[in-house]
Write a protein of this length. Structure first.
Length: 246
């Protein structure tokens, strides 16, 4: 799916992952944030996590994303919450962000481990920016149970892209980290992320009948619906895992 499709589908979202406000708050608690913690958020989307935690926990930091549409929303949110002096956002390739070595207490990448070709590669590109005693936050899908072959086609995943929850732990360990904590999505938070996009996309289709990509968008909406109700709620999990170096 093109970046434009993401920007349209998630136009009504603040959190661009299957997390509710409550789960984002819980993640901030289990990550043991403190005033002055420095966070680097790779593929930050609309910057909700960074902005909210700056307000609630007094952290500061940098968000990096390729989408100017999302970053414009992040800037607006920072101003709205009164934290624009504590956070900043940069457009660019999050997988190549030139962070000063050892300069952040927390480095996060939620739902975008494609920047490093998977969990192991993404963890390895995150670690240089992290202080020796810092933590990583990695958001990653996993299979709740072995999916049927149709699920791979529906989601566009290869069989090796994601694995079970236990297999995901194995991948973190292979990258030289240990899992300290986790906060997992549930069917309700998946619904709020995925199902709420259907209305957004339907409204867009009605408002833009002459768009050159309208038929692709219509097909995308139908795939989103069917993949979620046929496979997603039963087989696909997602969580954020708190890691540190072993």
């Amino acid at each position: 799916m093109s970046l434009r499709f993401h920007e349209i589908a998630e136009g009504g979202h603040r959190i661009l992952n299957p997390f509710t406000d409550e789960k984002l708050e819980l993640l901030g608690e289990v990550a043991r944030l403190r005033h002055g913690t420095r966070l680097l958020d790779l593929c930050c989307g609309k910057g909700e996590m960074l902005c909210r935690w700056a307000l609630e926990h007094g952290i500061e930091g940098v968000g990096v994303d390729i989408s100017q549409v999302f970053l414009d929303a992040a800037h607006e949110r920072a101003v709205e919450l009164g934290v624009a002096g504590r956070v900043r956002f940069e457009q660019g390739d999050a997988g190549a962000y030139p962070a000063e070595p050892g300069s952040f207490d927390v480095v996060s990448c939620l739902g975008a481990t494609w920047i490093g070709g998977g969990v192991e590669g993404t963890v390895k590109l995150m670690l240089p920016a992290l202080k020796e005693d810092g933590i990583l936050l990695v958001g990653e899908p996993y299979w709740i149970s072995e999916p049927p072959a149709g699920a791979y086609e529906a989601f566009g995943f290869g069989p090796a892209d994601f694995t079970s929850l236990a297999g995901t732990f194995d991948r973190f360990e292979a990258a030289g980290t240990e899992v300290l904590e986790m906060v997992l999505a549930d069917p309700g938070s998946w619904d709020r992320y995925v199902a709420s996009q259907w209305w957004t996309l339907s409204d867009w289709l009605r408002a833009n009948p002459g768009d050159p990509e309208v038929e692709e968008m219509r097909a995308f909406l139908e795939r989103c619906r069917r993949s979620h109700v046929e496979y997603g709620r039963q087989y696909l999990g997602w969580g954020v895992f708190v890691l540190r170096r072993r």
